[in-house]
Design a protein around this ligand. Structure first.
Ligand code: ADP
Ligand code: MG
Length: 212
């Protein structure tokens, strides 16, 4: 059996068409079912659907052989003991520093020396600013980062941006780019040795369908 861990939410919407083009179709509607393990039309391929941030953990421990996870989650995780196989090119967005539009009028990122940042990406933010010699006080949140500057929890946020609509709706603007993000196919290292004959066609068809 080959188990593929899928990230709920944004990535799932874009993973399903990719899986379909690769010939893997779930037996149930993944956006509706309450089931967490779902069989597919391919007899020895099953899917599990979990929180995006949990995908590296399931794959690392071998609870899933393969996984689809955002580069944001993978960088934050560190990916120790995992293979990052293919950039699937889906769920593209950017990890950015954002701040209130009023602050941005006079703020110069090149003059930053100390920042109070709210984010879910503690490791990425720490290493990004440390490399530039900027000190940070990081407030760790699990979601709705856009709220933090509005209520004085932090001055700035580090968050994913695609259209910029959520930022704009909260009076924020992106002022610094940290990394480009897209979803990657990852694999458990032991499974790549022990189960390669069954993983190979799945990897090849997913990689083929994303133009790699
Ligand atoms: P969660 O709330 O569990 O973090 P999301 O659906 O918000 O779930 O995000 C899951 C993953 O989807 C993120 O880790 C990222 O890789 C991707 N993602 C999030 N927001 C966007 C976006 N606006 N555009 C494209 N991909 C995104
Ligand atoms: Mg979210």
């Amino acid at each position: 059996m080959v188990t593929i861990a899928l990230s709920k939410g944004r990535i799932l919407e874009e993973s399903l068409p990719l899986l379909k083009r690769a010939g893997i179709v779930p037996n149930e509607d993944l956006t509706k079912t309450r089931r967490l393990i779902i069989d597919t039309n391919v007899p020895d391929v099953q899917l599990i659907v979990i929180r995006a941030a949990d995908v590296p953990t399931y794959v690392r421990y071998g609870a899933a052989d393969l996984g689809i996870a955002g580069k944001d989650v993978l960088s934050e995780d560190g990916c120790e003991g995992l293979y990052e196989l293919v950039d699937l090119g889906i769920a593209r967005c950017r990890l950015m520093v954002a701040e209130p539009a009023g602050m941005a009028q006079t703020d110069d990122p090149r003059a930053w020396t100390r920042l109070r940042i709210a984010t879910k990406y503690v490791r990425i933010a720490q290493s990004h600013f440390a490399q530039k010699g900027i000190q940070t006080d990081i407030v760790h949140l699990y979601g709705s980062m856009e709220l933090a500057p509005l209520v004085g929890l932090a001055d700035r946020i580090v968050d994913l941006v695609s259209s910029g609509k959520t930022l704009a709706a909260n009076g924020l603007v992106a002022v610094e780019h940290i990394m480009d993000v897209s979803a990657w196919l990852i694999a458990n290292r032991a499974a790549m040795k022990m189960k390669y004959p069954s993983l190979k066609p799945v990897i090849a068809s997913l990689a083929g369908e994303c133009g790699q």
